[in-house]
Design a protein around this ligand. Sequence first.
Ligand SMILES: [Zn+2]
Length: 709
Amino acid sequence: MRFWIVPFVFVAFLVACGQESDRPTVPEAEQASAETAVPAVELPPMGEAVGHFHPKGKPPSEHTKKILEQARAELPFADKRDFEEQKKGFIAAPKSRKIMADAGHVAWDMDRFQFLLESEDFDSIHPSLLRQSVLNTREDGLYEVIPGIYQVRGFDLSNITFIKGKTGWIVFDPLVAAETARAAKELVDEHLGERPVVAVIYSHSHGDHFGGVRGIVDEADVRAGKVPIIAPRDFMDYAIAENIYAGNAMNRRLFYQYGVLLPASPFGHVGQGLAQGVATGNTGLIPPTRIVEKAIEELTIDGVKMVFQNTPNAEAPSEMNTYFPDMKALWMAENVTGVFHNIYTLRGTLIRDALAWSKYINEALYLYGKQAEVMFASHHWPRWGNERVQEVLRGQRDLYANIHNQVLHFANQGVTINQIQNVYETPAGIAEQWYNRGYHGSPEHNSRGVINRYLGYWDVNPTTLIPLSPADSAPIYVEMMGGANKIVAKGKELHDQGRYFEATEILDKLVHAEPQNQEAKDLLADVFEQIGYQQENPGLRNSFLAGAYELRSGIPEGESPKTTGPDMIRAMSTELFLEFLGIRMDSRKAGGMEFTINLVTPDNGERFVVELSDSTLTAIEGFQAEDADLTITIDRADLETVMMGQKTLVAQIEDGTAKVEGNQEVLNQLASTLVEFELGFEILPGTKGPTADADLNPFEVGPVHLGGE
Ligand SMILES: [Zn+2]
């Protein structure tokens, strides 16, 4: 059985993830028993849900249906402008909704989501999320934004945009995978005539905006100066660096935010808000050849005048908007799309600056928005007409400013990170605009993010200052509540009354106190599932449904991805590599060790001192120790084969590629302290299955998270 599916690097990427077409349904063993035998376990009162992918899955309860009906009645469904904008300028649909990966699997599959178009309503999907998913599902194809600007949408998580120059195409944001980017270019060639790509622009440092670049340009042309690649300032610092240190944790957390194990189903994955999913093909990175350094910078490429606006530390640490004055067209990168974006990202990132974000939007409004006749972006459909452009810019500006200001307003009156999600509400005027709905961020998790950014995690209650771990605190609750049977009985009562959040409070304690209590886990799963169905935000929905899945089935057995592609390794600085070794080191294994290594990489002129002392590895660039135990001299290019796992460092030393002087034994000592991170670590108690052995070379980087969103 192979459920992790992360056969190529990329997975390591956003999806870390789930081969789109290959999302598992139910573990095979469970499937077989479900087909051949009456389930031995007594099903909770509601019984099985018809068409549910999991044998223990439940349909939405009456309480859940009522909440969704209320949303249906209250939300502004009469406003159909998104539907008109989504289809405007349609040129052609793809010949197939499936795109094959070079490796032979299906990299992208929109057929999986056609069920969303077959019914007006599903009582297991929040009507607002359904609406967004329907729009995203209808997207796939080629569109004209205005004459000279075209987009292929619905081919991946992001849009790819083609700007017509005098001699060829200027491409903005070449998707996640080479395969989907190539397919998009083919669709453009077929309908708009074949023209070369003359420049590429990466709008920002997230992987869904550069990963497919090799599908549309040849690196030799870039190196020869024929095709410039333009990026915002500090792009290479953040394209992968942002995601290395905590990369494995981020990849694991994607299984919740992106619902990697959930199949496309009314009871499972229904879309990701930004788009329907993430393609799983070859991902690469050709470094930019031209960096936009200034806050505002003008550039003409192939006859197209572009004004770039750097917007660092908002949606991404490195990002820029672009205005095309001759076309009165405004590209808002990912700063303004059709969603309330993440201030806090569930897969884990540093908290973003909502105020800076709002200010950049305001700047774009005052610099360009007053003239722009069309606004388009790297996700979702464009907005036409100056009035609409200004409306959306103002609405999004106010959205990010409001959560920033009002959350701090409450915080200054004593509302804590543990309360704000139940206190902060987006004002009606903002919330009634569809483009401000929480399809990526949510008011709940973003409001907690704002407090986290300014004040950190502590609510200033001394009880929570050095809290017990859940497994240690839970038993006292279970004992005081009268044991498992009483908790299960009360949990069922709360469940049946639709008091799901209260039910999670007590069932979570029981599951932590008794991780092997499957009845408790199944009941908590049922509760999570109802909460999941009720969510408008796909990340929240997926997280509750993923939790239910793992409580019911355990974490699937499988192998973690093993390698990181050459482009990503090349983009990783040696300093970052050494620092990551310090994170992989289990300092408990390094007790008593003490050594100093000089590392010299002649081809790029770098020198480092790496010291192990006090069970801690440190590295400093630009220095050499006089009394080093070992000096290693190896070209950075050869070190990369070690980082990629193609050749061990020992083999490099043995064949003379790396020169060593001193005591080589310290390398063995260092290797003995390094741990390979597993993707399948346990999140909920009692869900851990067997783990396949990883077999990375000692100094191989292993899978990294590429970031995004
Ligand atoms: Zn994106």
